[in-house]
Design a protein around this ligand. Structure first.
Ligand code: 5GP
Ligand code: ZN
Length: 133
């Protein structure tokens, strides 16, 4: 029997995003347990190529800590800003900043979210349609 205090500690750590979500593929990418073409990393985030690109440039920027989506209670607003700063940096490195690029965060099923670890798509290298499908 697991003591209540231990359960509470684990739950607290999970809520704080300190525990890697078991089975989350993007947690595995961030921990380098799952191969990916990494383009950038720092203490807060990781950027890598999308495995099934929807444009000539398609990069994903993810927080290291597990956040399921924008529906989560996100206290670290600075982290969200950092993801966008890194998205812009990726666009510059891929030379799509001047031609134009799109940043997308899908949230839940109707928006098309399939991986429930927050990620910013950075798409470019072709003309984008508007409104999005
Ligand atoms: P979503 O549909 O959740 O907004 O976007 C998930 C994205 O993750 C998709 O564009 C999909 O191609 C990409 N993806 C899914 N699994 C993997 C993976 O194992 N590795 C990489 N690099 N991308 C993945
Ligand atoms: Zn995760």
């Amino acid at each position: 029997m697991i003591p209540f205090a231990v359960k509470k500690l684990v739950f607290y750590a999970y809520k704080k995003g300190m525990v890697k979500m078991l089975g989350c593929i993007f947690c595995q990418v961030a921990a380098r347990e799952k191969p990916a073409t990494l383009l950038y990393e720092d203490d807060q985030c990781v950027a890598f190529q999308d495995i099934n690109p929807k444009a000539p440039v398609h990069i994903l920027v993810i927080p290291r800590k597990h956040i399921s989506s924008l529906n989560d209670e996100i206290k670290d607003e600075g982290l969200l800003g950092h993801l966008l700063v890194v998205a812009g940096r990726m666009a510059r490195e891929k030379s799509i900043d001047r031609s134009g690029f799109r940043t997308v965060i899908n949230t839940n099923a109707e928006a098309g979210q399939t991986v429930f670890h927050l990620h910013v798509h950075v798409l470019g290298g072709r003309i984008m349609a508007w409104p999005p499908g």
